[in-house]
Design a protein around this ligand. Structure first.
Ligand code: M6R
Length: 587
């Protein structure tokens, strides 16, 4: 959903900003641009395409100056072209801005500025013109910026520079923005990995914060609270974690990381877990909400809570949560599950819950994200940065936390910990070279198929849903999951000679799912079994250990690899699927 970065310091800005852009590429990759302050004037280069190509064409490093801002775009308003790429300018080209978010009232604001010449179709450009207008009234750059920000409806993380002013101004509301503090300067960015190479010291900004970054440091002013000081935290991630570490793609690296990330997910503060368990016991109605893979983790969680703890959970897509708002009471408990902690739909659900007085528990990977601030309690996944747009390791971390909570609820926390710890060797084998080769062969058979169907029952149904999402988003092959029992209610009509159907078998449902697989086989379907035992009906077999409650973890890993292999065989970039972005900060 766009990434922004700014730097002010003693070093040349453009190389630092360019690295930052590469590190933020997962947030948007349809256009990019950079503006620096050089001898009191602003110089800028921007264009549509991938950063690597734009840089090859325009050479960002030719921009001189030690103050600059840059942007990766994921288009929302206006097509993908050079003009709509950020930075955007006012009429006099004295003010440059970059923006992540959506300015909802940009049309009304634009109408009121009919004398201004707008170049792009974006909502963002309005900000540069609003600042220009305030400057004309005689306000200082800082006051003009604040006055302009006060006119905006919607979400924003913005950075602005002005010719002749040695500073970067920033504001955030609803979109992520953090400050990085180094000896040689200040970073302002959508996300920590963009500057991790230079510093681990960060200041997490709050909504309505305005930052004035100068060479000597920062001042923070909150539009509601006035002058504020925010603590400097140290992040535990290191720069190595955001590098590919010798792998061709982040996706593969992150899939292989899972031997460790499950272990890290279970490193929780027992007091926080106990507090959450108390809340669950007291609650009248529990909701799990999330989007995409996080929603699938919620769904797996509901089966796990039912199976392990005999506790009923309502699972709702965050984007649909408003339809359930009237069920919320003070003693309702809402779990908001999100890797980024910045997904707009999830944050909307959190705010709806808080409006009704309900308690919110976050399950989140990003410390300092909006979700960590807005929830009453949260558990961190501790999975480290996930750069690939696809959720892989964070999905299994979410499921691990669901398992842990369900065991804690029945007073068997330690048993849950031990079970999850025991996964190490299983994941090691599931991600081994020989397994990857085996899955590559399957990918070679499937790569030209138009449709892949996936079936499972119970917990395995949730894995089928998640596996279908992985395949479709990275390989663009239509993949659709069904509950095994639903086949006869319609989807069987899709099966013809050679239609591939992936069947997830768990010990609880073996008989029933195999009989569903037989229904497919009888109509010519090609059966790919994912199970601990080989069955005659399988045309292709992916051997996984029988994990019981842990099946959502052990069965999804080969599917993540299969999806990866399909993308690579098709010559696609698995880290950056078309039309998608890592952190979806629009509704
Ligand atoms: O950061 P979140 O967990 O809230 O993100 C939710 C979804 O946008 C995310 O899971 C998305 O579906 C991924 N592309 C799945 O691989």
């Amino acid at each position: 959903m766009c990434g922004i970065i700014g730097y002010i310091g003693s070093e040349k800005a453009s190389p630092i900003l360019l690295k930052g852009l590469f590190n933020l590429e997962y947030r948007g990759y349809d256009s990019a641009g950079m503006a620096t302050l050089n001898n009191e004037i602003i110089v800028c280069k921007k264009g549509a395409g991938k950063i690597h190509d734009i840089n090859h064409k325009l050479n960002f490093l030719s921009l001189e100056g030690t103050i600059g801002i840059a942007h990766n775009r994921w288009a929302t308003h206006g097509g993908v072209n050079d003009i709509n790429a950020h930075p955007h300018f006012d009429c006099s080209k004295a003010i440059a801005i970059v923006h992540n978010g959506i300015i909802e009232n940009h049309r009304e604001l634009k109408e009121a500025l009919s004398e201004h010449k707008f170049e792009s179709e974006t909502d963002s450009e309005i900000l540069a013109h609003l600042i220009e207008e305030e400057l004309k009234k005689g306000f200082s750059f800082e006051d003009a910026f604040v006055n302009a920000i006060l006119k905006l409806d919607g979400n924003y993380a913005v950075l602005a520079i002005k010719a002749g002013e040695e500073k970067i101004l920033a504001a955030r509301k609803g979109s992520p923005l953090v400050v990085g503090v180094t000896d040689h300067g200040i970073f302002l960015s959508s996300d920590i990995p963009s500057f991790l190479e230079w510093t681990k010291k960060v200041v997490y900004l709050h909504d309505y914060d305005i930052v004035i970054a100068e060479r000597g440091g920062i001042r923070i002013y909150n539009l509601i609270e006035g002058q504020v000081s925010r603590p400097i935290d140290t992040v535990e991630w290191d720069a190595e974690q955001i590098k590919k570490g010798g792998f061709d793609h982040y996706m593969l690296k992150e899939i292989l990381d899972q031997t460790e990330t499950i272990y890290r997910a279970i490193q929780q503060d027992i007091d926080v877990v106990n507090k959450i368990i108390d809340e669950i016991r007291k609650a009248y109605g529990i909701f799990f909400v999330g989007c995409g893979s996080s929603y699938h983790a919620c769904l797996a969680g509901s089966y796990l809570f039912s199976k392990i703890a005999e506790t009923h959970i309502n699972v709702v897509l965050a984007s649909e949560f408003e339809n359930y708002e009237h069920f919320l009471r003070e003693n309702t408990l809402v779990f908001a599950v999100s890797q980024s902690g910045e997904t707009a739909d999830v944050l909307e659900a959190v705010r709806a819950a808080k409006r009704s007085g309900s308690k919110v528990i976050g399950i989140v990977n990003r410390m300092g994200s909006s979700l960590t601030r807005e929830s009453d309690e949260f558990l961190l996944m501790n999975a480290g940065p996930e750069i690939c747009v696809l959720s892989t390791k964070t999905y299994t971390s979410q499921v691990a936390l669901m398992i842990l909570l369900a065991y804690a609820l029945i007073g068997r926390y330690e048993e849950g910990i031990q079970k999850l710890k025991g996964l190490y060797m299983d994941i090691y084998n599931l991600t081994s070279r020989s397994m990857r080769e085996h899955l590559k062969k399957l990918a070679e058979m499937l790569v030209h198929k138009e449709h892949i169907y996936l079936i499972g029952r119970g917990l395995q149904f949730t894995t089928a849903l998640e596996a279908a999402l992985k395949i479709k988003e990275v390989s663009y092959i239509h993949a659709e999951a069904f509950a095994g029992g639903e086949l006869k209610h319609g989807p069987l009509a899709l099966i013809e000679d050679g239609t591939p159907v992936i069947v997830f078998v768990g010990e609880d449902d073996e008989k029933k799912i195999l009989s569903n697989a037989n229904e497919v086989k009888a109509r010519g379907g090609y059966i790919i079994g994912v199970s601990a035992e080989r069955h005659d009906i399988f045309d292709y077999w992916i051997k996984v250990p029988e994990g019981g409650d842990l099946n959502p973890i052990v069965q999804i890993i080969p599917m993540q690899i299969l999806a990866y292999k399909l993308a690579v065989l098709k010559g696609l970039d698995p880290d950056k699927p078309r039309n998608l972005a890592k952190s979806v900060t629009v509704i």
